[in-house]
Design a protein around this ligand. Structure first.
Ligand code: ATP
Ligand code: MG
Length: 180
């Protein structure tokens, strides 16, 4: 499974429709400060179901909608679509290519779709949940978080690894059982 394309339209600084194509392997996004690199990462988290405005570096969810510049009026909606190559069947769905999309309107309404079919947020979360992608998985390391990992004590660092490997919840359960 790998990410193929990410299309942003009206999302944060991406007023016009912008598509990024990813090849298998490592992708680097480079650009000057403030050019929108982190906004691309925010778009990835958002389309996969992120519900916390703070995780998206905003105060409220509406902040993901293009707010306008001196030369361009604000937009009424933000849309992000992510196409995932599923030829290996990592996502439990009968398609070799899966596009998930999310739209937020300034009036507060939102829409989700899988391969163009309207669905619920829950359907997207379910689809991604066992794939190593999605909102619950800390696969996105934000700016500053790397610093936190490097400065962490050995115990804290072990916690990060356990969380990433999905064993933290089991250890917590074990500790709880031993206390009884
Ligand atoms: P750095 O190298 O400093 O980390 P970056 O490339 O990661 O920079 P971003 O944080 O992705 O930059 O982009 C910040 C820019 O996005 C700012 O100019 C900010 O004004 C703009 N921006 C964020 N939200 C919106 C929005 N809703 N509407 C318009 N522009 C926005
Ligand atoms: Mg950044």
């Amino acid at each position: 499974m790998h990410l193929k394309t990410l299309t942003l339209r009206g999302f944060k600084s991406f007023a016009s429709a912008t598509t990024l194509n990813f090849e298998p392997g490592v992708t680097c996004v480079v650009g000057p400060n403030g050019s929108g690199k982190s906004n691309v990462v925010d778009a990835l988290a958002w389309v996969m179901g992120e519900q916390g405005a703070k995780s998206l570096r905003g105060g409220k969810m509406e902040d993901v909608i293009f707010a306008g510049t001196s030369g361009r009026p604000p937009l009424g909606r933000a849309e992000v679509a992510l196409t995932i190559d599923n030829t290996d069947g990592a996502l439990p769905i009968e398609y070799t290519e899966v596009t998930i999309s999310r739209t937020l309107f300034r009036n507060g309404g939102s829409e989700y779709a899988i391969n163009g079919q309207g669905c619920r947020l829950l359907d997207i979360q379910d689809l991604l949940s066992d794939s190593g992608l999605g909102r619950e998985m800390h696969v996105i390391v934000g700016q500053g978080q790397l610093d936190a990992v490097l400065r962490a004590t050995p115990e804290e660092r072990r916690g990060f690894i356990e969380e990433a490997a999905g064993v933290l919840k089991h250890r917590k359960r074990k500790e709880k059982a031993l206390r009884k």
